[in-house]
Design a protein around this ligand. Structure first.
Ligand SMILES: O=P(O)(O)O[C@H]1O[C@H](CO)[C@@H](O)[C@H]1O
Ligand SMILES: Nc1nc2[nH]cnc2c(=O)[nH]1
Length: 312
């Protein structure tokens, strides 16, 4: 006999109830989902014709408990694409099981979402990073997952994905390349980086010894989110793109007087808001119309077609 494993926090049936409820409360059928990090909820302002649904009214949804996370879904369009934006995400340290934290991602999948863009605020471990830098996430290190707290732990439901999903391609290469292209066009090259994000459980910030260890094992930025959501999104076949705003410099030196704090995290979010709000929209924007010209001289035939190439 199989052991009874609680799967009720993000089971197919539970996610279906939530997705059906959302479909009944908005006509938007999102293909794109955006998850806003601490102090980065302003991204939702870039969404046209917004329909706002509060987490407290949505069946099965957890509640936001952290300052800087508004606690609502914003449906609408971004660059002409139907989208849903989470203005406020959930974290392990709020006391939710990791499966509950990632429930919205499965709900979005059932609504038709194909691509997820995530933002977060993170401490800069890489000594070359400055406060205000924006790091395109190339890869992550999932510390709670290594200790057994993986959002896919428990019985696997094949309707979402396979038992052992691949994670070596978790952060979509094309979208990362696009971010750098767009970043250059926008004049962001000086502060746009690419690196590895390490997720911890929080809520305490890291000790100096922990920061040194995390950097020496290959991480460039540290935070308490994103990795869980990406694992669940990849498990059910969605493309992922993620940005970390380096909101504070991790303390690596015993002579330093710096102290990590949430107020600084939110303050940096305000200072970089304009750029953080521009990038996702530009990455998903349809590429300029390309003119295809086919000339077949032998038949004196000329055919011109306009085609809009979508980036996602
Ligand atoms: O990852 P987001 O949600 O941006 O939040 C980050 O900021 C908070 C700490 O200031 C932590 O929750 C950390 O994960
Ligand atoms: N763990 C962690 N999360 C953060 N979020 C924003 N800054 C930090 C940080 O320094 N450490």
């Amino acid at each position: 006999m199989l052991p009874t494993i609680p799967t009720e926090s993000n089971s197919y049936e539970e996610c279906k109830i939530t997705s059906d409820w959302l479909k009944a409360h908005t006509d938007v059928r999102p293909v794109l989902a955006i998850v806003c990090g601490s102090g980065l909820g302003g991204l939702a302002k870039t969404i046209k014709d917004p329909v706002i649904l509060k987490y407290q009214d949505i069946p099965n949804f957890p509640q936001s408990t952290v300052h800087g996370h508004a606690g609502q879904l914003v449906f609408g369009t971004l660059q002409g694409k139907q989208c849903v934006c989470m203005q406020g995400r959930f974290h392990l340290y709020e006391g939710y099981p990791v499966q509950k934290i990632t429930l919205p991602i499965r709900v979005f999948k059932l609504m038709g979402v194909q691509t997820v863009i995530l933002t977060n605020a993170a401490g800069g471990l890489n000594p070359g990073y400055r406060v205000g830098d924006v790091m395109v996430i190339r890869d992550h290190i999932n510390m709670p997952g290594m200790a057994g707290n993986n959002p896919l732990a428990g019985l696997n439901d094949e309707r979402f994905g396979v038992r052992f999903p691949c994670m070596s391609d978790a952060y979509d290469r094309k979208l990362r390349e696009m971010a750098h292209e767009v970043g250059e066009e926008l004049g962001f090259s000086d502060f746009l980086k690419e690196g590895v994000y390490v997720v911890l459980g929080g809520p305490s910030f890291e000790t100096i010894a922990e920061c040194r260890m995390l950097h020496s094992m290959g991480a460039d930025a540290v935070g308490m989110s994103t990795g869980h959501e990406v694992i669940v999104a990849r498990h059910c076949g969605m493309r992922c793109f993620a940005l970390s705003l380096i909101s504070n410099q991790s303390v690596m030196d015993y002579t330093s007087k710096e102290k990590a704090n949430h107020e600084e995290v939110l303050e940096t979010g305000k200072e970089r808001a304009a750029q953080m709000e521009q990038l996702p929209g530009r990455v998903v924007r349809p590429a300029p119309r390309v003119q295809w010209q086919v000339n077949i001289p032998t038949q004196s035939l000329s055919c011109v077609r306009n085609r809009s190439l979508s980036r996602i």
